[in-house]
Design a protein around this ligand. Structure first.
Ligand code: 9MR
Length: 375
């Protein structure tokens, strides 16, 4: 029996949330090369939105001008379509995993604005054009907002080469290549007040110029201890108040000691035994704490199901999570719903157990006025 003809099951996450929002996952390079069949099976059973964790980033798709590597991206689409899942494209314009040739001559001299912009537009036209009608949602611009106080945009190679217009131009190019695709601005820590306000201002500027941006992607690289639910709720309300859809795009809940909060991959710390306490097994008490945290977060998402279209996890199982290598290389983290043996964890069962409360959606807790827009 094919996945498509299977009836909704009481055992699969995608079915439990079928009438609420898409439940997604990210597939690793290994998975897309067919080297992790266990992940693929879990993904096809439990998730109905697939993102490539790395395989559709510019460095992997177009390492040098005109040299495209489509194999893994094609495989993502084939896997998604074989089980009726939506494919999410990640990502078109980013400051990481983007080859220098987009902004520099072979000698390392900066390209002029027109040439850099043309490289961006050509890349978007080729990638979005190839998957037109098949990739339903695109993370068009990733992490353009600055982490620094008093600075609106990250001083990225794109900003330096093209100026702030690179953001609007990226969305316009994506829309031109596939007018039906849902176009997302995606970033981390934008649920926290500083970056949240900058995100609101950026979205407002884009909407005022009638730029085709449709949704804000809150990445959701979270922890047992942060962020506060109120921060997440406030961000969802404020983004939705602009008329934008909200996606949770890269959810994971790390359980290891943390000093750094965010996903700036340049932030690194040294490995010490105290920072890596669960090398053999996740203690039951911590697994329970994580389950409760996931449950509270999903209760919040369910309250906002009318504005949230998708909740995607950043990986299928604990063993392949990027958090095993960030911000400290070589730790053993447990941030996802499935363990290293592909078995569901207490957090998974907690989310399946929420099914009964689906019909009892209550009124949102806060109603925060978007005063930030006045600044
Ligand atoms: O999970 C990805 C990891 O395998 C890569 O090494 C890393 C390199 O940039 O990117 C990770 O994914 C990031 C995503 O593309 C954007 N948001 C933050 C994610 C975690 O760093």
């Amino acid at each position: 029996m094919s996945f498509l003809s299977q009836p909704p099951s009481l055992h699969y996450l995608r079915d439990a949330y079928q009438s609420k929002f898409l439940i997604g996952t990210a597939l690793s390079v290994r998975s897309l090369r067919g080297e992790d069949e266990g992940s693929t099976t879990v993904a096809q059973n439990h998730f109905n939105a697939f993102t490539a964790e790395n395989s559709m980033k510019p460095a992997l798709l177009q390492p040098s001008p005109g040299e495209f590597h489509w194999e893994e991206a094609d495989r993502l689409l084939d896997l998604a379509e074989s089980c009726g899942a939506v494919t999410v494209g990640h990502t078109l314009v980013w400051h990481e995993q983007t080859p220098r040739w987009f902004f520099e001559t072979p000698n390392g001299a900066p390209l002029n604005r027109e040439a850099a912009l043309n490289n961006m537009q050509t890349h978007i036209a080729a990638v979005v054009g190839r998957y037109r009608g098949r990739v339903k949602q695109w993370d068009v611009v990733n992490e353009a907002i600055s982490d620094e106080q008093g600075e609106e945009l990250r001083p990225s190679p794109w900003l330096q080469a093209v100026g702030e217009e690179f953001i609007a131009e990226a969305f316009r190019a994506a829309h031109k290549a596939d007018p039906e695709a849902v176009l997302i601005y995606n970033d981390y820590n934008i649920e926290l007040s500083g970056k949240r306000d900058k995100t609101l201002r950026l979205m407002k500027r884009l909407l005022d110029q009638e730029v085709p941006v449709h949704a804000v992607g809150i990445q959701g690289h979270w922890h047992l201890d942060y962020p506060a639910l109120e921060e997440i709720e406030c961000a969802i309300e404020l983004f939705a108040s602009l008329g934008l859809r909200v996606m949770i795009t890269e959810l994971d809940i790390g359980v290891l000691p943390a000093q750094y909060q965010g996903a700036n991959i340049q932030s690194r710390q040294t490995l010490t035994p105290e920072m890596n306490p669960y090398t053999e097994v996740l203690p039951e008490a911590v697994a329970q704490q994580q389950a409760e945290r996931y449950e509270q977060i999903f209760q919040l998402f369910l309250r906002y199901q009318t504005v949230i279209d998708r909740v995607s996890f950043w990986g299928v199982h604990d063993g392949i999570s990027w958090l095993n290598h960030f911000p400290i290389w070589g730790r053993t983290d447990y941030p996802l719903l499935f363990d290293r043996a592909y078995q569901p964890k207490p957090a998974f069962h907690a989310l399946m157990g929420l099914e009964d409360s689906f019909s009892h959606s209550s009124t949102p807790l806060t109603t925060m006025a978007p005063t930030v827009l006045a600044t």
